[in-house]
Design a protein around this ligand. Structure first.
Ligand SMILES: [Zn+2]
Length: 263
């Protein structure tokens, strides 16, 4: 029995480095993409190494399968993370299109291309009334045959927008003023309130950061602290547990703090 357990620990202790390698490569990839900070990457890297080491040298042989299972379970979260990252990238592209439109409209208020570009993003994001009222003035007065495609698109939007609730307007995230559809800058404070509404009230990015932080904290909570509590030397257990609590608290603060939003 002892031998079987020892063999099992050796086997899992070797095998565990495969999913850990996958984790580390993914974290490096996220860092290159700008989703992770270098500090989080280093913390995640040490957590991964620590987890692998603990699987190889568990405080108790019975822990090896549990630790191994934990690593594999972390990998199972990958598809979820990938879907979230892909959706975020798509949203970032939409916001970028709206930003380009705003840059043009700042110079040329009635630019048809910019107004249609902004209106398309707004319509796709559910700001139907805003999309219609922003496209409308640019299309008015233009020869129908020149803007036939745009007019067809516009008519399709109008057809879908018979609910008056869609024309209630949008509150400025900066000063809370309600702005009627058609406004591009806040009528009270001048903020590009539609751009802010498209970006959302939460800062972009930081998803990977939070994911790795949660993972590191789970390792501290379920492995680091229980392992430390088994130490028998005088004062060792409280000291190591205290240290991990401090590290965990500092790391959570770092991972969850909101970054200043780029305007
Ligand atoms: Zn405002």
């Amino acid at each position: 029995m002892m031998l079987a357990q020892a063999l099992g620990t050796t086997f899992l202790g070797c095998l565990v480095w495969i999913p850990i390698a996958v984790w580390v490569i993914a974290m490096v990839h996220w860092t290159v993409q700008g989703e992770l900070d270098i500090v989080v990457l280093i913390a995640g890297f040490f957590a991964a190494i620590g987890l692998g080491y603990a699987t190889m040298n568990p405080p108790d042989p019975a822990w090896s399968p549990v630790l191994f299972g934990l690593v594999v379970a972390s990998i199972a979260l990958f598809p979820i993370a990938r879907v979230a990252f892909a959706r975020r990238a798509l949203e970032a592209m939409e916001v970028e299109r709206a930003e380009q439109a705003y840059a043009t409209l700042r110079v040329s208020q009635n630019d048809l291309g910019a107004r249609m570009k902004l209106a398309r993003v707004l319509f796709a994001k559910g700001f139907v009334g805003e999309a219609i009222k922003i496209a409308e003035p640019a299309l008015q007065g233009l020869p129908r045959r020149l803007v036939a495609d745009e007019i067809r698109e516009f008519e399709a939007w109008r057809y879908q927008a018979r609910d008056p609730a869609l024309f209630r307007g949008t509150a400025c995230l900066n000063c809370r003023t309600m702005n009627a559809p058609g406004e591009i800058y806040c009528s009270n404070c001048g903020a590009p309130f539609l751009l802010d509404a498209l970006r959302g009230p939460f800062s972009r990015g930081g998803l990977g950061r939070k994911l790795v932080a949660a993972w590191v904290l789970a390792i501290l909570l379920f492995i680091g602290i229980p392992a430390a509590s088994r130490l028998t030397g005088p004062g060792q257990a409280p000291a190591l547990i205290g240290l991990q609590v401090v590290v965990g608290a500092l790391f959570s603060w770092f991972a969850l703090r909101e970054k200043g939003r780029a305007s």
